[in-house]
Ligand binder design. Structure first.
Ligand SMILES: Nc1ncnc2c1ncn2[C@@H]1O[C@H](COP(=O)(O)OP(=O)(O)O)[C@@H](O)[C@H]1O
Ligand SMILES: [Mg+2]
Length: 248
């Protein structure tokens, strides 16, 4: 099982849209996928119309007793571990153990699921905290959506700094331009300047009303069976990520 984290310290850059749609695209291609909603806001769970069971919480997650809380989605091959409000304190709960040991905790928790899934895709909260360190440590691949704006690039720089600080392999990090509006000159300029850097994938995800409307349809793009340029864009993104970062 490969662990793919969709992560940025910045909110609103398209992490959840990416995690939700990549999980769907991957499952459609015959992979067994677990989407893990680690953001207490629960947006990924919302998109898949799934609520956690009442007895689920942060402690169950950290004790490793959470298999029973994994829920099937409406789509074959795609399961979801829902978020819980108590996940907002995951950092606090991790505080007691030794730094280096703690950092591996998430990978260890997910390990027993390796036989059941080809991919665990993590939708991460926009933090730059100890939880972020456990996420990037556990991940085989960290995908960072970057809106072509200065602050979004700054979040990518901070992440590179974090990986360096904790001595984590920087090659696992990959980025792509998200919510791109080509008529905006700043988007064009930033993509021209940085798009050639090897950290950036060639595929970009444009700003598309269809993606925004997921909040109403509450399903991944293309799931309604209609022609979907947005679904195609995520298919291309997933293909490129697999080729560049997940080839075994
Ligand atoms: N490519 C896109 N085109 C249009 N709207 C998008 C796109 N990606 C995300 N959105 C919308 O932007 C908002 C923030 O996206 P989201 O995925 O929730 O970001 P994050 O998880 O990084 O906070 C949401 O309302 C979402 O529907
Ligand atoms: Mg989100």
């Amino acid at each position: 099982m490969k662990i793919v984290a969709v992560y940025s310290s910045k909110g609103g850059v398209g992490k959840t849209a990416t995690a939700v749609n990549l999980a769907y695209v991957a499952s459609r291609s015959g992979q067994r996928v677990l989407l893990c909603d680690l953001d207490p806001q629960g947006a990924a769970s919302f998109y898949y119309r799934i609520k956690p069971k009442k007895s689920f919480n942060r402690d169950r997650l950290l004790q490793g007793r959470f298999e029973q809380y994994i829920r099937a989605t409406d789509f074959d091959g795609l399961d979801l571990l829902p978020a819980h409000f108590s996940f907002r304190n995951l950092d606090l709960a991790l505080r007691d153990e030794k730094q280096a040991k703690k950092r591996r905790v998430l990978g260890k928790l997910l390990q027993p699921l390796a036989k059941d899934y080809d991919y665990a895709i993590l939708d991460c909260p926009p933090n730059l905290t100890f939880l972020s360190e456990t996420i990037v440590t556990a991940a085989d691949c960290v995908i960072t959506p970057v809106i072509p704006t200065t602050l979004s690039l700054l979040a990518l720089e901070q992440l590179i700094k974090l990986l360096k600080k904790i001595d984590c392999d920087r090659r696992k990090l990959i980025s792509f331009f998200s919510m791109v509006e080509r008529r905006k000159s700043m988007h064009q300029q930033i993509m021209e300047k940085y798009g050639g850097y090897p950290i950036f994938l060639q595929t970009v995800i444009p700003f598309m009303a269809e993606i925004e409307k997921m909040g109403l349809s509450r399903q991944p793009v293309g799931a309604g069976g209609q022609q979907s340029p947005a679904h195609r864009a995520y298919e291309l993104l997933w293909q490129e990520i697999r080729q560049k970062k997940l080839a075994t």
